[in-house]
Write a protein that binds this ligand. Structure first.
Ligand SMILES: [Mn+2]
Length: 309
């Protein structure tokens, strides 16, 4: 564990910095990664900064192209890994070749990945940690960097509606807002859906199963084809069930077309569900966890655990 002063010093020591994040990147992974890239570029114009990974989210109005530096550059760079709890989830193994490494994360600690680690489970998002690094370092924050960091914070907190949202986060949001970002326009770039996706959600709502205080949407490969959905689009539909009266736990259980296992997203209000996720080989936050590649025969056991029956 370490503090922001040490992170700033390490960044200042290196001419080139390679920023990594987790596989199947979400907006917090992208926001913290690209936000930090902009912050370093703006405050240290002589440094070379690279955001590494594969293009996981298709939103050119908000995100930007990733970089693929040569091995020789990577080997003399500082690696910064954001929003990633375990080694298997780091996208691209090349971080191992870097000269030194830092991690900024808000997930419960699983294992050490970097030499210097800032793990703060009270933070709402990795993007909040990057914003706080910038504020404590007295870095200038451009409206573009602020947009990217706001995107990560807003999506990881379900638009500032979860328990993790506290006065500490509001102080960060105040600084980001004061860079001049337009929240109406930015939220549209983050959240606007195609009409076809909006209509697919209407169909999906009719397929939700309710048991006690648990609701779940289970879709097979043939359902996805019928509804014209990619599996990650179906997985994201979990947020549709956030505000159903009496429902405290909810999930999407989506068949993977390639191996016919299931990818599960679990959410809850109040009750911690990450131990249940861990039991089936997954993990995550107390109120937002996931299980990858669950075998079909375990689904009924998982549903029993979620309904408490
Ligand atoms: Mn995150």
């Amino acid at each position: 564990m370490s503090n922001n002063r040490e992170v700033k010093q390490l960044i200042e020591q290196y001419d080139s910095i390679c920023i990594y994040r987790h596989i199947r990147a979400d907006y917090d992974a992208y926001g913290s990664q690209l936000g930090l890239k902009h912050l370093i570029m703006d405050n240290y114009p002589d440094k070379h900064v690279y955001a590494l990974g594969e293009d996981d989210l298709d939103n050119p109005e908000l995100l930007e192209a990733l970089d693929s530096p040569e091995d020789e550059i990577i080997s003399r760079s500082l690696a910064v890994i954001v929003d990633t709890s375990n080694i298997a989830r780091v996208q691209l193994e090349s971080y191992r070749k870097c000269a030194d490494s830092i991690r900024l994360d808000h997930h419960p600690f699983v294992e050490q990945i970097c030499n210097c680690e800032i793990i703060d489970t009270d933070a709402s998002s990795a993007s909040q940690l990057v914003a706080e690094l910038a504020i404590e370092s007295d870095w200038k924050i451009s409206s573009r960097a602020a947009e990217l960091l706001y995107t990560g914070i807003s999506t990881d907190t379900l638009k500032m509606t979860i328990e993790k949202v506290d006065s500490r986060l509001f102080r960060v949001l105040a600084v980001l807002k004061d860079t001049g970002i337009n929240l109406d326009e930015l939220n549209r770039r983050i959240y606007d859906q195609d009409v076809s996706m909006y209509q697919a959600e209407t169909t999906a709502r009719t397929r939700i199963t309710f048991i006690n205080d648990f609701a779940y949407l289970m879709l097979r490969s043939e359902d996805l084809r019928e509804m014209g959905l990619k599996d990650e689009e179906a997985r994201d539909m979990v947020n549709m069930m956030q505000n159903i009266k009496g429902i405290n736990k909810y999930a999407t259980i989506i068949e993977d077309d390639k191996d016919h296992d299931f990818n599960v997203s679990l959410r809850s209000h109040g009750i911690a569900i990450n131990e249940i996720a861990r039991k089936y080989g997954g993990g995550g936050h107390p109120n937002a966890s996931g299980i990858g590649h669950l075998k079909g025969e375990f689904i009924n056991y998982l549903i029993k655990d979620m309904t408490g029956k």
